[in-house]
Design a protein around this ligand. Structure first.
Ligand code: XMP
Length: 326
């Protein structure tokens, strides 16, 4: 029967055979699939692998540190971080349309990744070992969904950070192709990856960029990042992580309402809590969270996050509402 240790041993052997002495690159997103597939390849070929992490400035609080410190410590992977927040923000200036945001974020992601890739290719060439392989965290359901073919760029297109460049000449290393999500999590735990990564809720590739209804700006991102961190902290403290599939926290940046805080009236923004229960994100129900937990989150957000004077709860199932607001 199924055993994480056996799967790891099998995959490590397979990866070694596939890769030989060539170099490999991998894109880490902070999510569980890329974290586990990268860790497996690291275990198999060590320093032949370089992982690239694009910080697009749309991450949640602490996610960059999770990758740069905790993940690197747990795996020993050679990591290159691309600081692309300024570029992404500039490209998103004045844009409110959700699909437009996704397109821009996808495009900028590819640009940032390709830049890092070019540097690495040059470096590897100088050392005489070409980069021939790219790690992909493709899971079994992705394989089925895309018709089972293996390609050179069989990417989970728009449901991941923009996908990766389509004209890649890399051969793919896909150690999770036969696995389901819960198995991937077990393997991650067996590999000693940080629980914050292994147990992470689904988080969209375009990140907080599609959780600000309206234009994405640095101030708005800072504000939403704080509100999101408070909600996650309180949900975890209440032991509710297992009941929730995910809980988007959304900033209605173009809406203002009147409030009263401290000595005076305010004219601030609402934050929406969108806790959902689901099996596969295709359908979802809103999670009936305990009132006292909701009260705590609401109190903390309105007290601690400037410019937010109202917290509202989304009580819509999917369908008709999608999980995300954009
Ligand atoms: P919706 O909002 O369509 O979301 O009900 C279903 C699931 O997909 C995630 N999601 C995305 N993931 N890029 C991603 O990588 C995206 O553009 C994107 N849009 C939605 C969402 O978080 C939920 O888990």
């Amino acid at each position: 029967d199924w055993n994480a240790g056996n799967v790891i041993a099998e995959q490590v052997a397979r990866i070694r055979e596939q890769v030989g002495s060539a170099r490999v690159i991998s894109a880490l997103s902070g999510g569980v699939d890329s974290a586990v597939s990268t860790a497996l390849v690291q275990q198999a070929v060590g320093d032949q692998l370089t992982a690239v992490f694009v910080d697009h400035g749309l991450l949640r609080k602490g996610e960059r540190e999770q990758v740069q410190q905790d993940y690197v410590q747990a795996t020993g992977v050679r990591l290159v971080t691309v600081d692309a927040a300024d570029t992404f923000l500039a490209a998103l200036e004045g844009v409110s349309d959700p699909e437009q945001k996704r397109k821009i974020i996808g495009r900028e992601f590819i640009r940032a990744f390709e830049q890092a890739e070019r540097d690495l290719i040059a470096e590897a060439a100088a050392e005489g070992e070409p980069i021939r392989f790219l790690v992909q965290g493709t899971l079994y359901p992705d394989v089925v969904e895309s018709g089972g073919g293996t390609g050179t760029a069989n990417i989970k297109s728009h449901h991941n950070v923009g996908g990766l460049p389509e004209d890649l000449q890399f051969e793919l290393v896909e150690p999770l192709r036969t696995l389901f999500k819960d198995e991937v999590r077990q393997i991650g735990r067996e590999l000693g990856l940080p629980e914050a990564i292994v147990g992470r809720q689904p988080f969209p590739g375009p990140g907080l960029g599609i959780r600000i209804v309206g234009e994405v700006t640095r101030d708005r991102l800072d504000l939403l990042r704080e509100a999101d961190a408070i909600a996650r902290e309180e949900l975890s403290a209440a032991g509710l992580d297992g009941e929730i599939w995910q809980c988007p926290v959304v900033l209605l940046a173009d809406v203002r309402s009147v409030g009263v805080q401290g000595d005076g009236r305010t004219y601030g923004h609402p934050i929406v809590l969108r806790p959902v229960s689901s099996e596969d994100a295709m359908t979802a129900d809103w999670t009936r969270l305990p009132y006292d937990v909701l009260a705590k989150i609401s109190n903390r957000i309105t007290n601690e996050v400037r410019e937010v004077n109202r917290v509202v709860l989304d009580v819509t199932s999917k369908p008709p509402g999608t999980i995300e607001w954009e």
